[in-house]
Design a protein around this ligand. Structure first.
Ligand SMILES: Nc1ncnc2c1ncn2[C@@H]1O[C@H](COP(=O)(O)OP(=O)(O)O)[C@@H](O)[C@H]1O
Ligand SMILES: [Mg+2]
Length: 465
């Protein structure tokens, strides 16, 4: 990933640099050559103006002076020829000596005919830039002169320019490389950290968290959701472990009692006391009930979301009917005040909730009192309440009542219940998107308040006649 980022940054940079530097270098070379031509041309014209009269009069001494002066000033080679092409004066390396004939040298021949010529020419000392102009005296061409300069100066300048451009491009590429390495590292560091975190999580280290980067937003979101996932896994596994520990602890007591009873039966042989065997059976029943409650709680922990609209009236009616016999035996009256309401719930779930709450209420309701089930709408929700006239709960007890395996001190003394009823109720109500709280009932006992999302009343089933 990092290498790919670097390669893409660098290739773009190199492309831009080449696209910019190449034309720049070429234009520079051309402009250098043009500047030299211009210089030679203006020097040539100046000499032609001063050399006209001496040339017309064949004053070689003056001409030689002028030519040498100019050659010394400019470093260029200078040749002056008369109208026949004979050299009258020359200066500089590789120039024809005075007296030599240049007839046949194309540029000088053309200039003697009145033309101006310039361009690159091959010469014994390497390529030169040559400018040849006619020398005119009183409306007639009296000869020609040629200025030539070695191209090596231009070539050196162009070479230096190329080197400079290359160096600059290299420097820019180096800076880009540095900056993009830092950038690529800042991109890939959170990724590498996430990678390491994920593999540690995979190895079972649930405490692992990664640093959340400020930028880019995608990585920030990814790091955040990684952390929340790890946190959730951690707490889920933690509560799972606590649950297993609690459950094992709760199973230990009845198992120990069962072993004691069975050891007594074994020791007494065929003449064992029948209470021991009955006690053993009772422990087995208690164990079975505990395991069943645990199963119900486990199922409630991952109960599905509600799928139906349930009418409360008939449901409460049916549950009160089911508990009527128990209530009658304990001398407790069952009342209902349920308006025609419906809630969003999973079928069968509210029955379990009511059964647990009614069982609790009947356990504590004093003889002659009544247990009331009330339901009424509150905004978008429905409040379903179960009131009793029992001892109620202290504030401290209410905060603990929904903890798994929590029982009131009196229930612990009597070894009645397992403290799983209210936790089961809470899980089921939560699964329906509701909430459950405990409050004081008007009659002095406890009021369990279940709040559920309201639903439109389901249409009555039409029975064909
Ligand atoms: N209506 C109530 N009034 C007073 N105490 C209650 C009431 N309902 C439950 N409790 C107390 O809360 C404890 C936990 O109840 P619950 O979770 O239903 O467990 P269990 O399975 O033992 O009934 C019980 O020990 C009981 O003493
Ligand atoms: Mg209970």
């Amino acid at each position: 990933m990092r290498r790919r980022l670097l390669i893409s940054y660098l290739s773009i940079t190199c492309f831009v640099l080449v696209a910019l530097a190449l034309p720049l270098g070429l234009v520079y070379g051309q402009s250098q050559e043009r500047a030299l031509t211009n210089r030679l041309q203006s020097d040539g014209f100046a000499l032609a103006l001063r050399a006209d009269e001496p040339l017309a009069q064949r004053d070689t001494a003056t001409l030689t002076g002028l030519v040498h002066e100019l050659a010394a000033q400019t470093g260029a080679g200078v040749v002056v020829v008369d109208e026949t092409g004979r050299v009258l004066a020359s200066a500089g390396a590789h120039q024809p000596p005075p007296g030599a004939s240049t007839a046949g040298v194309a540029d000088l021949d053309a200039a003697r005919r009145g033309h101006r010529v310039s361009g690159r020419r091959a010469s014994p000392g390497g390529d030169v830039l040559a400018v040849t102009v006619p020398v005119v005296w009183r409306d007639g061409t009296v000869g020609a002169l040629r200025m030539s300069s070695s191209l090596s100066v231009v070539e050196h300048a162009v070479e230096r320019n190329w080197l400079l451009l290359g160096g600059l491009a290299g420097l820019i590429a180096l800076i880009v490389l540095l900056v993009s390495t830092l950038l690529a590292r800042s991109f890939t560091r959170p990724l590498a950290e996430l990678d390491a975190g994920a593999s540690r999580l995979g190895d079972g280290d649930l405490g692992v968290r990664v640093e959340v980067p400020d930028d880019p937003p995608e990585l920030r979101r990814l790091a955040r959701s990684f952390n929340t996932t790890a946190e959730r896994l951690d707490s889920l596994l933690g509560s799972q472990r606590a649950f297993v520990a609690d459950a094992s602890h709760q199973l230990r007591t009845p198992l120990a009692a069962l072993r004691l009873r069975l050891e007594n039966v074994e020791a007494d042989g065929p003449h064992h006391r029948p209470e021991d065997l009955d006690g053993a059976l009772a422990e087995v029943q208690r164990l079975t009930a505990l395991v069943e409650s645990l199963l119900v709680l486990t199922r409630a922990e991952d109960a599905p979301a509600p799928s139906a609209d349930v009418a409360l009236g008939p449901l409460v009616e049916a549950r009160l009917d089911a508990w009527w016999a128990v209530a009658a035996e304990r001398g407790v009256q069952l009342d209902a005040d349920v308006a025609s309401l419906a809630v969003r719930s999973e079928p069968g779930r509210l029955e379990q909730v009511l059964d647990n709450l009614l069982s609790n209420a009947l356990d504590v309701a004093p003889r002659g009192s009544s247990v009331r089930v009330v339901a009424r709408p509150v905004g978008e929700r429905v409040r379903l309440e179960v009131h009793d006239a029992g001892p109620g709960m202290t504030l401290e007890q209410r905060t603990r009542a929904f903890d798994r395996f929590w029982r009131s001190p009196s229930a612990r003394r009597d070894r009645s219940g397992f403290g799983l009823g209210l936790p089961i109720v809470r899980r089921l109500v939560l699964a329906d998107g509701g909430a459950v709280t405990l409050a004081d009932a008007a009659a002095g006992g406890l009021a369990v308040i279940v709040s559920l999302p309201a639903a439109p009343l389901p249409a009555p089933v039409r029975v064909p006649v």
